[in-house]
Design a binder for this molecule. Structure first.
Ligand SMILES: [Mn+2]
Length: 416
């Protein structure tokens, strides 16, 4: 038998929002998730995929609006009409619970929605075993992956599961997202783990192949870079691993960039070149719209192009030059091409202000004291900040004040 071809996607969040980088991008953002699903349908057709795996958070909410349900049903119809079998393992955003979209789901031939009880399905004609389990609520603290029935002898195992794993970003114990361990997954006898939950696409193990699909369409700046779905090939009849390749095809791609070494950017072409180079490693190949959040910081000969009256023109030129659909430009920390340390030597008011700011930044006691006073006044979102994060916030504030002082006071002496 030839290898089985599968498509693995997760975290489609079909009824979830996508941020508009600027007002003009609203239509693009509003259509991005639907376009992304269309691309997954086309990809499966073009590559003659036999099995489609959707590893949870297909919907953003347990009871999504009709439009989102219809979107998915159209895609399911297209996949199954092309001969593919589809498996869905609902996640924490779209759990299989009473009165959810899945409880009222109309059965479709060729489409299998896993319920909360872990289950395996034999596709004997393909030599494949597909196992999975739904989240039964939005707060699953048990390890669902550990309960999946192992592939029987003679079938290659594929596990389709929405789950969390320990990561450097957060402690994972008792997280309500079906937490598991990589060692549990790799010991379970499956050739391929089709996972969902983390929105950044990544491969976690090669043998067996363990893959977090990532969302096929980023929602905002924090979900930047290429996104899409995985094309997987598995030898039938008892394979130990699989081949997997990310096909990045998100219709709208976010980029998040800071440029803070701009003294050499003496003309617009040079600045464009710096930005294009910095952007290059994160770019997605193929047809898509790109939205960039760009922070320009520090001393730069071109600062007047991005601060004050000329800012809209400067922004537009950058946007055009980089071929962007949207650009959110942050130039609050851009300053004239002078060093704050040199200016601080001056006997005038600018020098005085800069010395004051520099002293404050180098006084750990003062910063700690301010940080303590700050703590009870923080917004609920930021109340969890520890002393070091509060210190960073204060230093950021000082850096911004420094830029402001140089821009507004340096002009007085040096004309415009
Ligand atoms: Mn999730």
């Amino acid at each position: 038998m030839p290898p089985v071809r599968l498509l693995h996607a997760a975290d489609l969040h079909l009824d979830g929002p996508v941020a508009a980088a600027e007002p003009g991008c609203a239509p693009l953002a509003g259509q991005a998730r639907a376009r992304s699903l269309e691309r997954l349908v086309a990809l499966a057709r073009d590559r003659q995929v036999q099995v489609v795996l959707l590893a949870g958070d297909v919907f953003h909410t347990p009871r999504p609006p009709l439009a989102a349900v219809l979107l998915l049903q159209q895609a399911l119809a297209a996949w199954t009409e092309a001969g593919a079998r589809v498996f869905i393992a609902p996640g924490n955003h779209d759990p299989w619970q009473p009165d959810s979209v899945w409880e009222h789901w109309r059965e479709m031939p060729g489409v299998h929605v896993f319920a909360a009880r872990p289950q395996g399905v034999a596709l004997s004609d393909l030599g494949l075993w597909v196992a999975g389990a739904a989240h039964g609520s939005s707060h699953v603290t048990e390890d669902l992956a550990a309960q999946l029935p192992a592939p029987p002898p003679g079938l290659s195992g594929v596990a389709c599961q929405h789950l969390d794993l320990p990561s450097s970003h957060h402690k994972q114990d008792h997280q309500p997202y079906a937490p598991s361990q990589l060692a549990t997954l790799t010991a379970a006898g499956f050739a391929y783990w089709a996972l969902g939950h983390w929105h950044k696409p990544q491969e976690l193990c090669q043998r067996p192949r363990v893959v977090m699909a990532g969302t096929p369409q980023g929602a905002h700046w924090n979900e930047s870079g290429p996104h899409g779905a995985w094309l997987v090939e598995i030898e039938p009849g008892g394979a130990q691993s699989a081949h997997a390749e990310l096909v990045a095809n998100a219709p709208l791609v976010f980029h998040d960039l800071v440029l803070d070494d701009l003294l050499a950017a003496g003309d617009p072409a040079k600045l464009l070149d710096l930005a294009a180079r910095a952007l290059q490693p994160e770019r997605q190949p193929g047809d898509h719209a790109a939205c960039l959040r760009l922070a320009l910081e520090g001393p730069c000969p071109l600062w007047r192009e991005f601060v004050g009256e000329r800012a809209p023109e400067g922004r537009e030129a950058l946007k055009r030059g980089l071929g962007l659909a949207g650009l959110a430009l942050e130039a609050d920390r851009l300053t004239p091409p002078v060093e704050a340390r040199e200016l601080a030597q001056r006997p005038d008011v600018l020098g005085g202000v800069l010395r004051l700011l520099a002293q404050a930044g180098q006084d750990p006691e003062l910063l700690a004291e301010l940080g303590e006073e700050l703590a009870p006044r923080l917004h609920p979102w930021t109340k969890g900040w520890d002393a070091s994060r509060r210190g960073q916030w204060l230093r950021d504030l000082l850096a911004e004040a420094e830029g402001l002082a140089i821009r507004d006071l340096w002009l007085g002496d040096n004309g415009s």
